[in-house]
Write a protein that binds this ligand. Structure first.
Ligand code: NAD
Length: 360
């Protein structure tokens, strides 16, 4: 007897796609999957008249997709969690698609490249194109995001930019904040899905405005972290213990997230240990902060707004990012980098370069 052929019979309108299962994406996708299919499992009987919803994933790094599939495939009977072999394959099966990629080049590739989302969408009819919504959660260049959204609109779909704050822990716990840019109806369509991955969804205006908010926030975050690291180092050199100085800053006008929650000096927050107390492991990587500061500088060029403090901070973080020892550690490791500089290390050279630039 021939084995029974299982026919794929998915309800595209109710199927979700997720592309980019890295540090952030895997936790976000797990929450989206679990909260969408919660309570829906049970014995499934094949019924050709009742196409079923599925959850489709893709990552350029096959191990990332395999890991996600191993952890989730069997969780919901009759609710398939399956891989696609390209972004085009994702959009053929799913009408609501999330992307969480490193930055602009990867977003351009996944949306506009060969076997990309646009190509996949073009192979579908008008009705399927019109029901398609793309939600890009990547932190990328605002101009690139606007261009990609425009291209997707031209082929009949809708798109919003929805970068996040809250880090890997927020992604895992489903407590992220989303800053969303795009037309109001598209935001309203995206909101129920975003609510499964985060606790706040803020509509910031047109396409690109979610990224504008995210880029401004991270510009300030980078500056405040570098400033906190300088204050903590100076305090230590002047004879103050890190916990005493932190307790004073945090009840005074110098208080900020970098001093209060993610203080860069080891031992500064004895009751709430930080990445600094774990040798700067975990957290938000220096190389990602460098990337976000570069995005702020590029926006500054486009808008004509000068960012003198931001560009100094960006020089610092680009140095960290180029340095194996610092690049993949929490961005509060700028404290250690500056400390090295005190001993005649790399940071001193940065200061030299900054001073030379200022003289030009
Ligand atoms: P990551 O590098 O861990 O994950 C990115 C994933 O995308 C990887 O699994 C990678 O294999 C995949 N990928 C890369 N190119 C691809 C392609 N062409 N096609 C398909 N998949 C591809 O990065 P992350 O830490 O998850 O960050 C993602 C985004 O979120 C970045 O823009 C980052 O700035 C932003 N962000 C990160 C944090 C954080 O704490 N990590 C916090 C807020 C925002």
């Amino acid at each position: 007897m021939l084995p029974t052929l299982i026919r794929f019979n998915f309800n595209r309108s109710a199927t979700i796609g997720f592309i980019g299962l890295g540090a952030m994406g895997r936790g976000m996708a797990a929450n989206l999957l679990n909260k969408t299919f919660e309570g829906q499992s049970g014995v499934y009987t094949y019924d050709p008249d009742k196409p079923r919803p599925a959850f489709v994933v893709y990552d350029a790094f096959p191990e990332a997709a395999n890991k996600f599939l191993t952890e989730h495939t069997r969780a919901y009977a009759g609710r398939d969690v399956l891989p696609a072999s390209s972004p085009a394959g994702v959009v053929r099966l799913a009408s609501t698609i999330f992307t969480m990629l490193p930055s602009s080049p990867q977003v351009e590739e996944v949306y506009l490249g060969e076997n990309g989302l646009k190509e996949g969408l073009e192979s579908l009819g008008d009705e399927k194109r019109a029901e398609t919504l793309f939600v890009d959660c990547t932190t990328l260049d605002q101009a690139v995001a606007k261009e990609v959204a425009n291209e997707m609109r031209q082929v009949g779909a809708e798109m919003v930019d929805a970068p996040v704050s809250g880090g890997v822990v927020g992604a895992e716990k489903g407590t992220l904040s989303f800053m969303v840019g795009g037309p109001a109806p598209a935001f309203e369509r995206a909101q129920p899905y975003l609510a499964r991955m985060g606790s706040r969804q803020i509509h910031c205006g047109d396409s690109g405005n979610g990224l504008a908010a995210k880029i401004c926030n991270n510009l300030l975050l980078g500056i405040s972290m570098a400033g906190t690291a300088e204050a903590m180092l100076l305090g230590k050199a002047l004879g103050l213990s890190p916990d005493l100085l932190a307790s004073i800053l945090n009840t005074s006008t110098g208080k900020c997230w970098s001093s209060e929650i993610n203080n860069p000096a080891p031992g500064a927050l004895p009751h709430a240990p930080t990445p600094a107390d774990r040798d700067y492991t975990g957290g938000f990587l220096s190389k990602l902060m460098a990337k976000d500061l570069n995005l702020a500088l590029s926006a500054s060029k486009d808008s004509g707004v000068p960012l003198p403090v931001g560009s100094l901070t960006s020089t610092l973080y680009n140095k960290l990012s180029a340095h194996e020892e610092y690049s993949d550690r929490d961005f509060s490791v700028v404290y250690e980098y500056l400390k090295e500089g005190m001993q005649g290390g790399v940071a001193e050279k940065v200061m030299e370069k900054l001073n030379n630039n200022r003289k030009k």
